[in-house]
Design a protein around this ligand. Structure first.
Ligand code: PLP
Length: 392
């Protein structure tokens, strides 16, 4: 593992796991689309059972060679010992949480986490008498004040969903270590190209692969990265027993996505920065939520712990809910849809149906729009937004 730390992200993305000699010189490793691996003798099977050494496979719910290439690449990108892939981001997130929690434990999570993560903590884990305290996350003292005797997990997402607030990863990790609390972060927005939380002391990184890793809006998947002891435990418990491994064909498509991840992210960043600057200077836009803008309240912290900014942002429009819908309906380049991280630009009005109380609790507005800036021409995207904003 040590030597992997000296490899460039670009090399890991393009070439780690090629192993031409193993695959008849194929420039792209093949898909292992098989559910089991057979043994040459009873003795070989018995030897495997007594020591499941690396590189040997026996059943597809437990491991698969194609899935393992994805795991090696992402572990190397995140500078972790190991990684395990799952059938969705939520399978990875729920497995990571379950691996750290027992009945009666307490979790501290940032308030604006990904919606289904919030639901999992509040409506599912509560069945096991696991309580979650939500904090804004911009002050380390908030985490400290929320710690109880039975706190075992601090769950982060930086930037958070919708309002793009950051947490000081180094400081939170340091606090958690003092109290023997495991830190987990959803690093989907940044990807390891722009942020490497394990290097800052965070224990476990989770990602959906359905966004930038896949990058082409054609797969659903997830991954957990951490130290070897933690990953070994997740592999033999949550992944093997809950059974949510990523499928080989999806893994093969993720490999294709990863080969171009740094290039795509550079373009997402360039486009998003232009769009964010346009929006910030538009008279009908009251606020832009994007950590790449110097006006972001945590811009300095972002520069310290992130190497770049991806393409997802939110902004508030000075208008009525009805006119906001007209604006979104009028857009031609931005398709109306959830998800993000693909080649295409997308738009939603996340809080349109929220109650006033809900908006207040999360500090979000009904006239907030979220856009995923894709790989189209930035000027075309800006012209589209400009035409749309002219009608609000
Ligand atoms: C989409 C998303 C997830 C969930 O991923 P799935 O693959 O849809 O389960 C988790 N976290 C963030 C930040 C996301 O955007």
């Amino acid at each position: 593992m040590e030597e992997l730390k000296t490899l460039s992200d670009e090399w890991i993305c393009t070439h780690l796991g090629d192993e031409y000699e193993k695959y008849s010189g194929a420039v792209v490793p093949p898909i292992f689309q098989n559910s089991l691996h057979v043994f040459p003798s009873v003795e070989a099977k018995e030897a495997f059972d007594s020591n499941r050494e690396e590189g040997r496979y026996f059943y597809g719910r437990v491991s698969n060679p194609t899935v393992e290439i994805v795991e090696r690449k992402i572990a190397a990108l995140e500078r972790g010992d190991a990684a395990k892939c799952f059938g969705s981001g939520m399978a990875a997130i729920s497995s990571a949480l379950l691996s750290c929690l027992s009945a009666g434990d307490h979790v501290i999570a940032v308030k604006n986490v990904y919606g289904p993560t919030n639901t999992f903590l509040t409506e599912y884990m509560s069945r096991f008498n696991i309580d979650t305290t939500f904090v804004e996350g911009d002050k380390v003292s908030e985490f400290e004040d929320a710690i109880r005797k039975n706190t075992t997990v601090i769950y982060l997402e930086s930037p958070t969903s919708f309002n793009m607030m950051l947490q000081d990863l180094k400081e939170v990790a340091c606090l958690a270590k003092k109290h023997n609390i495991t830190t987990i972060i959803d690093n989907t927005w940044c990807t390891p190209i722009f942020q490497k939380p394990l290097e800052l002391g965070i224990d476990i990184v989770v990602h959906t692969l359905s966004k930038y890793f896949g990058g082409h809006s054609d797969i659903i998947g997830g991954v957990v990265v951490s130290r070897k002891d933690i990953i070994d435990r997740i592999a033999s418990r949550e992944r093997e027993l809950l059974g949510g491994i990523l499928h080989p064909f999806e893994a093969w498509l993720v490999l294709r996505g990863i080969r171009t991840l740094p290039v795509r992210l550079r373009q997402h960043q360039e486009n998003a920065m232009k769009v964010a600057q346009f929006l910030e200077n538009h008279p009908k836009v009251s606020r832009v939520y994007y950590p790449g803008l110097p006006s972001h309240p945590q811009y300095e912290l972002g520069k310290k712990q992130m190497k770049g900014y991806s393409g997802l942002m939110s902004f508030e429009v000075k208008t009525t809910s009805d006119k906001l819908k007209q604006f979104v309906n009028s857009l031609k380049m931005f398709k109306i849809g959830v998800s993000w991280g693909g080649f295409e630009s997308l738009v939603i009005i996340p809080c349109a149906s929220w109650s006033d109380d809900q908006c207040k609790e999360y500090g979000l507005s009904k006239t907030m729009v979220r856009i995923a800036v894709g790989l189209e021409d930035a000027d075309e995207l800006i012209n589209d937004l400009s035409d749309g904003l002219a009608i609000v």
